[in-house]
Design a protein around this ligand. Structure first.
Ligand SMILES: [Zn+2]
Length: 73
């Protein structure tokens, strides 16, 4: 689970791993693209800028990769 802010409604939304579309590593952060449960659009959540967030993002990325290996699209 991670929390995003919907850019359409402005609300904070919890999204699960099944909503994650892609995880992209950048030098100073990790961009997580998710399908928004509120508006159905795709939002990019940037994380990993702090150590605790980086650890959480690394676990998220590992979980997404594992899920992709188990169920190739
Ligand atoms: Zn949204």
């Amino acid at each position: 689970m991670l929390m995003i802010t919907c850019t359409v409604t402005g609300n904070r939304e919890f999204v699960g791993l099944d909503a994650v579309r892609s995880v992209t590593n950048h030098p100073d952060h990790i961009a997580v693209a998710v399908t928004c449960p509120a508006c159905g659009g795709e939002h990019v959540h940037r994380t990993g800028r702090r150590l605790d967030e980086a650890r959480r993002a690394a676990r998220l990325e590992a979980a997404v990769r594992r899920a992709a290996e188990l169920a190739p699209a």
